[in-house]
Design a protein around this ligand. Structure first.
Ligand code: KIV
Ligand code: ZN
Length: 402
């Protein structure tokens, strides 16, 4: 089975978004977790951006030995030299050189001609290859570039020694068929060169970053660039957890594998939130608080009978400690009984009916019934201590089933 390499850019593209900046110590902590997660490449930063970032990339390169470490550089000598300096201690360094290829960026942002751009790209890749074995080239704004020019630039990059060709959807403008077609066209133009990996890098401005990345894979990309929790410029990058879980859950459709240990996903997600102080939205796929929470009675009943009825992934597969059957106005008696049992109560049918009446009445006023509300209701209705627990009134476990 073919391997999709996971290039994590949480510490670079992710860090570039407001509120996500990390110091060297935080980057090293996160990078260690990314290595434990099994990502193939960790992009640790953009060394020319600041002295601090250069040092942070260097520290990650020194401390994290079991993943490739990448550093970003524009196709400019000072950028490339800063990135190479930061990568010096790395066991497996990768220089990541980028330059815009769309006419809009070339004219409005950089004020250079296509020819000048091609020349700078070739020269800087050659410079990098003198010092490291792996150089990735990214054609910034590839999805809005003239396809003939994009093909020519990619040839320049490969001839200069690039081993990875990344075609980013920098502004999240592409739709899946279009993005896939771009990969097919460039691969065909280059005659599928040996030793060159194609890479997808998608932003989420239209909410299609993961779909576009997977479309690129169907068109021959074998590296996906993504971030934990989908953080990144503006609406973010493709979310790592969504990409790898989609490839795993739909393995018969894709026929591809990754080196990622799925059970480390939840820990990685929460570590990033803890470091940055930015919480994951509850409805976020795979790692959001609601990803394995069920409130509707019909769903709860199905889950109790067989989790496959309403879950395509089990919580333990991605390291989530437990699913929860949340008590709200939509929830059912079976879930209530389960929650009461978790608290140590074994209600008769009449007691359960009374608890249910009170729970739904409370849920009509509050958004959710919290564990301590349920303990209070159970205590009042049953007027006895829960079986097997010294004091249910003081215990407040989350209502959940494992
Ligand atoms: O989105 C983008 O084009 C980038 C490149 C620098 C790879 O982040
Ligand atoms: Zn990007």
């Amino acid at each position: 089975m073919d391997l999709i390499r996971i290039f994590d850019t949480t510490l670079r593209d992710g860090e570039q978004s407001p509120g996500f900046s990390m110091n060297a110590e935080e980057k090293v902590r996160m990078a260690r977790q990314l290595a434990a997660l099994g990502v193939d490449i960790i992009e640790a930063g953009f060394p020319i951006a600041s002295k601090g970032d250069l040092e942070a990339v260097k520290t990650v390169a020194r401390e994290v030995r079991d993943a490739r470490i990448a550093a970003l550089a524009r196709a400019k000598q000072e950028d490339v030299d800063a990135a190479l300096e930061a990568l010096e201690p790395a066991a497996h360094p990768r220089l990541h050189v980028f330059f815009a290829t769309s006419d809009l960026h070339l004219r409005a942002k950089l004020n250079v001609t296509r020819e000048q751009a091609s020349e700078a790209i070739g020269a800087m890749i050659r410079r990098g290859r003198q010092r490291v074995g792996e150089v990735e080239f990214s054609a910034e704004d590839a999805s809005r570039s003239d396809l003939d020019y994009l093909c020519q630039v990619c040839k320049v990059a490969v001839d200069a020694g690039a081993t990875v060709l990344n075609l980013p959807d920098t502004v999240g403008y592409a739709v899946p068929e279009e993005y896939a077609a771009m990969f097919r066209r460039v691969r065909e133009y280059l005659g599928d060169p040996q030793g060159v990996t194609f890479s997808a890098h998608c932003h989420n401005d239209l909410g299609m970053a993961v779909a576009n990345s997977l479309a690129a894979v169907r068109a021959g990309a074998r590296q996906i660039e993504c971030t934990i929790n989908g953080i990144g410029e503006r609406a973010g990058n493709a979310s790592l957890e969504e990409v790898v879980v989609a490839l795993a859950v739909r393995q018969t459709s894709f026929g591809l594998k990754t080196n990622v240990h799925l059970e480390e996903l939840f820990t990685s997600s929460r570590m990033l939130s803890e470091i940055t102080g930015v919480q994951v939205p509850p409805n976020k796929a795979v790692v959001g608080a609601n990803a394995f929470a069920h409130e509707a009675g019909i769903h709860q009943d199905g889950i109790i009978k067989n989790p496959l009825t309403y879950e395509i992934i089990s919580p333990e597969t991605v390291g989530v400690p437990a699913r929860s059957l949340v008590l709200g106005k939509h929830s059912g008696r079976n879930a209530l009984r389960m929650n009461l049992r978790d608290l140590g109560y074994d209600p008769s049918d009449t007691e359960l009916a009374e608890c249910y009446r009170r729970v739904t009445a409370l849920a009509d006023q509050a958004k959710q019934v919290r564990p301590r509300d349920l303990v209070a209701i159970a205590h009042e209705v049953m007027r006895r201590k829960p079986a097997g627990l010294a004091s249910a009134a003081t215990a407040s476990p989350a209502p959940s089933v494992a």
